[in-house]
Ligand binder design. Structure first.
Ligand code: ADE
Length: 255
């Protein structure tokens, strides 16, 4: 998976993603990313990339030309299949695990990080395929949201996580949170690891973990719990078979 990030602050992206799991994945070649400075494509003698908005209003807007030229440097405009271009913006669809999984299927993704008061609408219309937000709050720029999304997408790229780490991918897939987990020591600050986790009896482990997941989700994320219950409605109880009494009549005979 190749990530390209169009930004005014490329060091933020490279520094943010070169460590930990994304850094290791890059070294091993499972993912690659390049952060391209939009300012390098400015035709202005002072390398300006923003200007006042038509019709007044506070703040400056990022201009179309440097962004479009930056985009052209990254894609073959004549190619049949162009990569998806994600504009990170609080006006977008809210990012979630399902979207991460969907993006992880692509071979290449481009991110456009805005700054100032936004971006000239015409270039967005020309290049953007997906408008995505990371939540209902406003940040100073698109770099952090782009890094959040790249991190979440990367860990779904085959090979990026090892087996232990990939166990964590269960959260959110089926609208359930992870069950609580414990490590040594068995007692810490007077708190004991619940007996259930110490037991070597592995029968019904899945059932018991699932029960914990459901409880936790119901308590912490009632919205997810509701979706889980819609997708996994309780199975109707099997009618109990009545034992036939000797010489008893059948139902139809009773009616
Ligand atoms: N840019 C500024 N705030 C943002 C947000 N919440 N999500 C995505 N991009 C943003």
């Amino acid at each position: 998976m190749k990530f390209h990030v169009m930004t005014l602050f490329p060091e933020m992206i490279t520094q943010g993603l070169s460590n930990s799991i994304t850094g290791r994945a890059m070294e091993k070649g499972y993912i690659s990313f390049d952060a391209v400075n939009i300012r390098d494509f400015s035709k202005d003698k002072h390398h300006k990339v923003d200007d006042y908005t038509y019709g007044g209003g506070a703040g400056m807007l990022m201009q179309a030309q440097p962004i479009y030229d930056c985009y052209l440097s990254l894609v073959d405009n004549n190619a049949d299949k162009k990569p998806r271009v994600i504009y990170v913006t609080p006006q977008g669809q809210t990012f979630n695990q399902q979207m991460a999984a969907d993006f992880a299927k692509e071979e290449e993704l481009l991110f456009l990080c805005g700054h100032y008061e936004g971006v000239d609408e015409r270039v967005l219309e020309e290049i953007v395929t997906d408008y995505v937000s990371i939540g209902d709050y406003v940040l100073t720029g698109g770099e952090l949201p782009a890094m959040v999304m790249i991190d979440a997408i990367s860990r779904l790229v085959p090979g990026v996580l090892n087996n232990d780490e990939s166990a964590l991918t269960e959260s959110f897939y089926n609208n359930l949170l992870e069950y609580p987990q414990y490590s040594r020591p068995e007692e810490w600050m007077g708190k004991k690891v619940p007996q259930l986790h110490l037991s070597r009896d592995h029968t019904n482990v899945h059932q018991r973990r699932l029960a914990h997941q459901i409880q936790r989700t119901k308590h912490r994320r009632p919205d997810m719990y509701e979706r889980y219950m819609i997708e996994n409605p309780p199975k109707p109880e099997k009618p109990k078979r009545r034992r036939k009494k000797k010489n008893s009549t059948t139902d139809s005979e009773e009616n």
